[in-house]
Write a protein that binds this ligand. Structure first.
Ligand code: UDP
Length: 363
């Protein structure tokens, strides 16, 4: 079975780190990576290939930037050209980015079966570009690998049932388990952690369009993090999109002594920071779950989340950024808390199960 896996953005590199290394050792399966180039900075792309042992992409289309239509359209044409040439048996896709949707459309129109890892997630908010990407990709997929029972139920409500759907668990849980051992075995520590010299801190990440493109929300978040940083150090690895909006606003991110705005971290450093933080504040999907994997309370700066089980079990709190005072109250309420013992993301063997199912289909 010849598989072409389309990746393009940071969370997809981490998911590929869990599954692609395994597929390369799966008999009867030959996988090649196609990188759309959606994320291209060293610290948003190359660092993950270097540190996590992800096979080098066979194709890099170098396509990024522009509005959603222009980016997705260019990726669609670029992926299609590769698929026409290579005629793979399967196109494998992760998550909900524009690269995911472009891969799904290109493959489906060429009648190439699509496998979607992290299928069935829904925020029920169609204003999110990710929601549009994931709904369409699911409806074009032939294998839908869901991470949770909620995701499986979401598909069922949309009429996607039966042998197409495989509830395998979450490949990000596999990655977190495996790479935390790798991070601990390193000789060096994350420089950001070393710089804190043992002081307690909170880790923040912000990159969703609803927070970066709405300047009022971004200003509210900045104000709340600045207020929190007078009590506790706040480490904020800035996503390039967030950094560029803050720069356009003329914000001096080094103005507050306790607020440490740093470059995006490699995954091993990120895991170490998550494990050492008192609390996580984020709008990232992956980071919400990693806070839980490492037993840290989390405040999510959004109106809704796809990972509802963590809110229900008390690990995560939703705090839409409407006022800095309300956010600060939510941060203080979350500090020092933990949730119920739950195991919603499988047993850390999602990648092995996906590889087995694909291998079984090849036979
Ligand atoms: N991440 C990272 N360095 C950072 C911030 C995030 O390695 O500076 C990792 C994080 O640990 C998680 C993934 O990137 O595994 C999440 O990606 P992102 O927040 O960009 O996207 P989302 O999960 O929201 O789709």
């Amino acid at each position: 079975m010849n598989v072409i896996t389309v990746i393009g953005a940071r969370p997809q590199f981490i998911k590929a780190a869990a599954l692609s290394s395994l597929l390369s050792n799966t008999e009867g399966v030959e996988e090649h990576l196609l990188h759309t180039g959606q994320h291209f900075d060293d610290n948003m792309s190359a660092v993950f290939f270097r540190e996590l042992g992800i096979p080098a992409p066979r194709w890099n289309l170098g396509l990024s930037g522009g509005l959603h239509g222009a980016m997705t359209g260019a990726q669609l044409a670029g992926i299609e050209a590769v698929l026409v040439n290579e005629q793979p048996d399967v196109v494998l896709l992760y998550g909900d980015t524009n690269s995911t949707l472009a891969g799904a459309l290109a493959a489906a129109k060429l009648h190439i079966p699509v496998a979607h890892v992290e299928a069935g997630l829904r925020s029920f908010n169609r204003r999110m570009p990710e929601e549009v990407n994931r709904v369409l990709t699911d409806h074009l997929s032939n294998w839908l690998f869901t991470p949770t029972k909620t995701a499986t139920a979401n598909l069922e409500h949309e009429g996607i049932v039966g042998s197409l759907v495989h509830q395998v668990g979450d490949v990000m849980y596999d990655a977190a388990l495996y790479f935390s051992a790798v991070a601990h075995a390193r000789n060096e520590r994350s420089p950001a952690l070393t710089a804190l010299s043992g002081r307690p801190f909170v880790l923040a990440t912000i990159h969703r369009a609803e927070n970066t493109d709405d300047l009022q929300r971004l200003r509210t978040i900045l104000k709340a993090l600045t207020m929190l940083s007078t009590d506790l150090d706040v480490v904020w690895p800035l996503h390039p999109r967030t950094r560029s909006v803050l720069a356009r606003l003329g914000v001096d991110v080094s103005a507050a002594a306790g607020l440490h705005c740093i470059e995006p971290l490699g995954y091993l450093d990120m895991i170490e920071m998550e494990q050492s933080a008192q609390m996580v504040i984020t709008d990232s999907g992956g980071v919400q779950k990693e806070a839980f994997f490492f037993g840290r309370p989390c405040v999510t700066l959004r109106d809704e989340t796809e990972w509802v089980e963590l809110v229900e079990a008390g690990w995560n709190r939703l705090a839409p950024p409407t006022s800095a005072e309300a956010l600060l109250k939510a941060f203080r309420a979350a500090l020092g808390t933990s949730g119920q013992a739950i195991e919603p993301y499988g047993r850390g063997d999602a990648a092995r199960r996906i590889a087995g199912i694909l291998q079984g289909s090849a036979a």
